[in-house]
Ligand binder design. Structure first.
Ligand code: M6R
Length: 607
């Protein structure tokens, strides 16, 4: 996720673009840059937050009435001045900013290099600038069209050129893009809040559309070049709503971003057949074949993602896999050896406990693989191998989309390791890949059912305790559902394997006590039903999370939160969403500060 901003009009472009980039900084903040057209195109960029770019521009202001800008959240190449956008072709006449991922990056780079191209950065974006320059034969829009045809992936790209200095050409392929219509001036941005103080009239660009922007307005076309008559959308959100994209809280916005996050995490990494490529993983097939065990370490929600990983790795790799809380692993005198891989999972990559646990790997001669959302984070710098989750910045303290991306990353890793170990055959790899590719649509479907979670929230909002149960992967999801609920609603909750209930906690189940039962794993279905019956017999109220196709559950549960039918191995990805929504709505009904719950911080940098 990155932020894109553009302007064409009668005013100086640089201050307008800088202002927009600051409003988009939540989308990425590891580097930023602007390109301003004034006969030539002047590019200024800096690693770090936008203040660094601002400081540069104070010394050397850029004058011109047209320009584009970008705030980055790295995917290809670490944050640096060179990797910051905009990127230009060698002549400097074609300049590009871009959000998203070019999946056939390596093939394009190899092809350009074979024809003598040299590159100034590690990014996929720079390749787009090279391609547009190569494809240009007098019409910038046509050159961009041909470039899009050569570039696979989910992205938004924005191009300007000295050859056609009055226009900006942009394309949306999944990554968001809006056009703000002013009076004799036109704005382009990744989202509406960035320009809402300039105009309330917008053209929303859809997937596979191109827009040509000038000071006079914007024309929308299909990528093939057919004109589109896009109606103007008038926005009447207030400034605070606008920052949250119209959602009441960042948490809800981030829950709704999850289908896109899945697309980003998968982008360019998995084929329809289930072949996986992971760009920052250095180990080879011989190392994978010799692995005896996988360790996972993390805290909080990342630990819960690790619980899922543990089960997936065991099932797919057929070797032991253990997840340990990072703060426990460090002092547990663990027996880790060179043939064991330690996976450290952390959204921020800065959690002190996780960093300390990750350091155990080199002490024992084993490799450490980081699964993290933040490029260049401390954890990524410690790591031998890195799997970036690409969830984009997460603002709400309660983690949702970052958790989702951690799950998807682990499925990819399991397929990659399983292929090398020969434990995943073609049919299984293909089935998992198919399920993953369908997942964004499945999550959209779950989100459309938010009203079910509202009803469930109304039923438990006044409870004193809530219990979450499940078995296997469902238990791992129960853990995450319970944590989500307690951290934002302040309602006491506990999660346990469904089979454990009868060994003690059942004493607390009395008339009306709510129990959330996750029941997606067919191999243990009847066992979870038994636990539900134990609860019902004591007067407990059961809210189940189950597949659409499960008709049996209605006979046992008081209410069912439904998810689409899918492969049980992938079910956690969908099953967590109703639980996120449930926690959110309980906290909302209780009137809490959802994005910044009491006593908690987004990143816990003390042990
Ligand atoms: O940045 P990390 O993933 O390492 O953070 C770990 C936990 O502190 C974090 O997941 C925490 O549990 C969240 N507040 C959960 O929503």
């Amino acid at each position: 996720m990155c932020g894109i901003m553009g302007y064409a009009g009668p005013q100086e472009a640089a201050p307008i673009i800088m202002d927009g980039l600051k409003r988009l900084e939540y989308r990425g903040y590891d580097s930023a840059g602007i390109a301003i057209g004034n006969g030539t195109i002047k590019v200024t960029k800096a690693e770090g937050k936008i203040v660094n770019l601002e400081a540069l521009l104070e010394g050397e202001p850029s004058n011109g009435k047209i320009g584009i800008g970008h705030t980055r959240w790295a995917t290809h190449g670490p944050p640096s001045d060179a990797n910051a956008h905009p990127h230009a072709d060698p002549s400097g006449e074609f300049v590009v900013v871009h959000n998203g991922i070019i999946e056939n990056f390596q093939a394009i780079r190899d092809e350009l290099a074979a024809h003598g191209s040299e590159f100034a950065s590690d990014t996929d974006t720079e390749l787009l600038a090279h391609l547009v320059a190569r494809e240009y034969d007098g019409d910038l829009a046509d050159a961009v069209r041909r470039t899009v045809a050569l570039s696979e992936g989910a992205y938004a790209m924005v191009v300007m050129s000295t050859r056609e200095p009055e226009k900006i050409v942009a394309v949306r392929k999944i990554s968001p893009l809006v056009i703000g219509l002013g009076d004799g001036e036109t704005f382009l941005a990744s989202d509406i809040p960035a320009v809402l103080h300039h105009t309330r009239d917008f053209l929303i660009i859809e997937d596979d559309e191109m827009v040509i922007v000038t000071a006079e307005g914007a024309s929308v076309e299909t990528i093939a070049g057919d004109p589109i008559d896009r109606a103007v959308t008038h926005i009447d959100w207030d400034a605070e709503q606008a920052e949250k994209g119209g959602y009441e809280h960042f948490m809800l916005k981030e829950i709704y971003e999850q289908p896109d996050v899945i697309t980003e995490t998968l982008g360019g990494r998995i084929s329809e057949e289930g072949t996986v490529w992971l760009e920052d993983i250095e180990f080879d097939d011989a190392y994978i074949a010799g692995l005896d065990r996988v360790w996972i370490t993390a805290c909080g929600t990342a630990y819960h993602a690790g619980l899922i990983g543990q089960e997936i790795f065991r099932r797919v790799l057929r070797i032991p896999a253990n997840v340990e809380y990072a703060h426990e692993l460090r002092y547990a005198d663990p027996i880790i050896g060179p043939s064991e891989l330690l996976i450290a999972i952390s959204q921020s990559g800065e959690t002190a406990d996780t960093l300390a646990a990750a350091r155990i790997a080199p002490e024992h001669g084993s490799r450490m693989l980081a699964i993290t959302n933040v490029v260049g984070s401390t954890l990524s710098r410690y790591a031998d191998d890195i799997l970036y989750t690409r969830a984009g910045p997460e603002i709400s303290v309660a983690s949702t989309k970052a958790y989702m991306a951690m799950l998807i990353a682990q499925y990819l890793l399991a397929l990659r390791l399983g292929a090398a170990r020969g434990t995943v055959d073609r049919a299984r790899a293909q089935a998992v890949a198919h399920g993953l590719h369908l997942m964004p649509a499945a999550i959209e479907e779950v989100l459309r059912r938010e009203d079910q979670a509202v009803v469930a929230a109304e039923r438990i909002v006044d409870a004193e305790d809530v219990y979450f149960i499940g078995r296997g992967l469902d238990y791992a999801i129960a853990m995450e559902g319970s944590l989500k609920l307690k951290e934002i609603s302040y309602l006491h909750s506990e999660a346990m394997p469904a089979g454990e209930l009868k060994h003690g906690t059942l004493a607390l189940i009395t008339e009306g006590v709510p129990v959330v039962a996750i029941i997606t794993q067919r191999a243990v279905y009847s066992k979870t039903i038994s636990a539900i019956q134990e609860v019902k017999a004591r007067g407990g109220k059961v809210i189940a999370v189950a597949y659409d196709t499960d008709t049996e559950i209605e006979r046992h549960a008081d209410m069912v939160l439904r998810i689409p039918e899918m492969n049980d191995l992938l079910a956690p990805v969908a099953a967590v969403v109703p639980l996120q929504l449930l926690a959110y709505h309980v906290a909302r009904l209780r009137g809490h500060d959802i994005d910044q719950p009491r006593n908690l911080a987004k990143s816990v940098t003390v042990e």
